[in-house]
Design a protein around this ligand. Sequence first.
Ligand SMILES: Cc1cc2nc3c(=O)[nH]c(=O)nc-3n(C[C@H](O)[C@H](O)[C@H](O)COP(=O)(O)OP(=O)(O)OC[C@H]3O[C@@H](n4cnc5c(N)ncnc54)[C@H](O)[C@@H]3O)c2cc1C
Length: 273
Amino acid sequence: MAGSSRPRRAQAVLSVVSSTEVSPHLVRIVAGGPGFEQYNDNDFTDKYVKILFADPAHGLTPPYDLEVLREQSPEQLPTRRTYTVRESDRDAQTLTIDFVVHGDEGVAGPWARAAQPGDLMVLTGAGGGYTPEPDASWHLLIGDLTAVPAISAALEALPDDAVGHVFIETENAEDLAGLREVAGVPVTHVAPYPGVDRIGDALVEAVRALEWRDGIPQAFVHGERETIKVLRRHLVDEREIPRERLSISAYWARGRVEDDFQAEKREAIGQIG
Ligand SMILES: Cc1cc2nc3c(=O)[nH]c(=O)nc-3n(C[C@H](O)[C@H](O)[C@H](O)COP(=O)(O)OP(=O)(O)OC[C@H]3O[C@@H](n4cnc5c(N)ncnc54)[C@H](O)[C@@H]3O)c2cc1C
């Protein structure tokens, strides 16, 4: 049948179970219910879902027929945002997602700040691409607050005798309170320099100052786009980490809503290298 060859992505329609302020800029949402059956789990520590936020003014009932909406009323299409699955619990049928609340702008951040038990959370996925390799000579994990959920999950997956370094730039050291402590993998909290135009500068400096270990690390590097571009140049050109040892991408871009930021990945400005 014409137009029906592309499989539709299953939408998991979950209900918010709880909402907890983990730190001043991080809200943890646990959501679950029978809709969990439509969620496709995987073993990547950076697994992520696409959450669909419909404008309540349109009165849509999930799961949404995105194809029909796209053809007949594109202005009603839900806004799509990407989030890491901090934890999936098959027995409890719940997903845990940590949302950065970054002010009044945007859709997902303000939604998370206001979320109440019973609110619907509709999502597709999960995707993913990185898991720490147990036999890597060492691990390098670098990110900002948006990458804390994925770095958290990676630390939990590391063997007890793993070695490496973690660098995270966030305003509050308490953002890192829940991270698993692995003796050989110290976590450096990097305080940002004041001013939005200096986001990431302190992180880059901290990474540059790292005394390099022997062997090739497996690296996971995610955060704001311009910072990631600089880090990529440093790690690939100066530190000579081979591409296949590097999981690196932008999770967001300053001054860009996610739709524009994702679209720009096809243009020069959106490419990190
Ligand atoms: C694979 C992947 C996994 C991700 N995992 C997480 C996660 O677990 N938790 C998480 O919070 N984010 C995560 N992100 C980032 C998240 O998708 C973006 O931050 C997204 O733009 C937030 O949507 P929004 O509707 O709140 O803001 P948008 O409508 O997209 O943007 C509105 C404005 O807010 C700014 N903005 C967006 N995000 C931030 C931020 N974090 N800090 C400061 N300003 C911001 C934008 O530049 C823009 O000016 C992930 C992204 C990817 C690609």
